[in-house]
Design a protein around this ligand. Structure first.
Ligand SMILES: Cc1ncc(COP(=O)(O)O)c(C=O)c1O
Length: 386
């Protein structure tokens, strides 16, 4: 299989699995214990904390390990909700469901800020939305389009009003540099499985001095900020993934994700007519390509590509299976008919140039086949009746 669905998840790099295995075998002791084996596990966690902190330009005591991206986001937003006074929660209209579903359950109203046609936050609308706001959450880059958001500018506007800002930076880590102090955010969420680490482990950056209310209560782990026995192997794996990704990026003259993505896109655009690249190409993650194919239902394309051994997505992986076009495309003003023809192709560090070119050929064949049977306009995919 050629896996081009890295924004959904990435495979463990070999170094990462090697780093984790000892902590799943003999290193299983509870890190809160007082005996030697427990102290070793504690040491490994604290080493990982220091590494993750250095990776994003934070201090070790600003890192809280969590059970993944969704948990980090929920922890951050519940803490802000609990500790800020009256006012709205301001979030972009293109946030991941981890943010959108979470804010629906806060004690306050939410204001969704629109994006422009390129999928970037509209800063003028954002500034207006800050009237009467109490907290802000803006993603660093979108998971569907890969469009990088003007986060630093948004933080500046919010901080000018004394408002705390959380950022879901889950799609950014491992793809472009991330420096929390430059961004000026108060809270920031990451998830290991998006950068070749294990699933079910993530972190929340909590700026030193920020008042914080834990969401998970129980034991006093993570300095009382996230209860629950630490996932030693997962945490070690996340730090190993960060180190491995850093090594990959440092070793390459050109960004190793850009080469296959650009080669794929160039071949698709050269060989298939009626293709639109969605999203601002100047502000895009190096690994993501979001494309619409005239007269091709994306569900049909996914079936044909799966048969050809190519895995990708018709939008956010979490939305696959829903027939509604994604909220991200609709927010960008992409008409429903076109939104139904869109694929998200996202590359990981393990994808080669050959993968990219073979996948482009598979897309071409799938599009040609679908257009032959569907004709102009998007209709039902009756090639594959159940
Ligand atoms: C932007 C974004 N936020 C949050 C999440 C949720 O992260 P996790 O799968 O670690 O819970 C994802 C994963 O799809 C994501 O892409």
């Amino acid at each position: 299989m050629i896996d081009l669905d890295a924004n959904a998840t990435t495979p463990l790099l070999p170094d990462v699995l090697d780093a984790m295995l000892p902590w799943l075998r003999e290193g299983y002791a509870n890190p809160s214990g007082t005996y030697a084996a427990a102290k070793l596990a504690r040491q490994a966690i604290e080493q990982a904390r220091a590494r993750m902190a250095a990776w994003i330009g934070a201090e070790p005591d600003e890192i809280v390990f969590t059970g993944g991206g969704t948990e980090s986001v929920n922890t951050a937003l519940h803490s802000l909700d609990a500790l800020t006074g009256p006012g709205t929660a301001v979030v972009s209209a293109i946030e991941h469901s981890a943010v959108l579903r979470c804010v629906e359950n806060l004690t306050r109203e939410t204001r969704l800020v629109p994006v422009d046609a390129g999928g970037r936050l509209d800063l003028t609308a954002f500034a207006s939305a800050l009237d009467g706001a109490a907290l802000v959450s803006i993603m660093a880059a979108n998971n569907e389009t890969g469009v990088i958001q003007p986060l630093r500018e948004a933080v500046e506007l919010a901080r000018g009003r004394g408002l705390p800002v959380h950022s879901d930076a889950i799609q950014v880590a491992g793809k472009i540099p991330l420096a929390v102090k430059d961004l000026g955010v108060d809270l920031l969420s990451l998830s290991a499985h998006k950068f070749h680490g294990p699933k079910g482990v993530g972190l929340l950056y909590v700026r030193r001095g920020l008042r914080f209310e834990p969401w998970l209560r129980g034991g006093g782990q993570e300095a009382g900020r996230r209860a629950g026995t630490e996932n030693t192997a997962g945490i070690v794996g996340m730090a190993a993934a960060a180190a491995a990704v850093q090594r990959h990026l440092a070793a390459a003259a050109e960004h190793p994700l850009v080469l296959p993505r650009d080669a794929f896109e160039a071949k698709v655009l050269a060989e298939i007519h009626g293709v639109t690249v969605n999203g601002d190409r100047q502000h895009r993650l190096p690994n993501t390509s979001h494309l619409s194919f005239d007269s091709c239902d994306a569900a049909g394309l996914l079936i044909l590509l799966d048969e050809a051994g190519v895995a990708c997505s018709s939008g956010s992986a979490c939305l696959t299976g829903q027939t509604r076009p994604s909220h991200v495309q609709l927010a960008m003003g992409i008409p429903e008919t076109r939104a139904r023809t869109s694929l998200r192709i996202s590359f990981s560090l393990l994808n080669t140039l050959d993968d990219a070119l073979a996948a482009a050929t598979a897309v071409k064949l799938a599009v040609e086949k679908l257009r032959r049977v569907q004709g102009p306009g998007v209709g039902p995919v009756w090639l594959y009746s159940p």
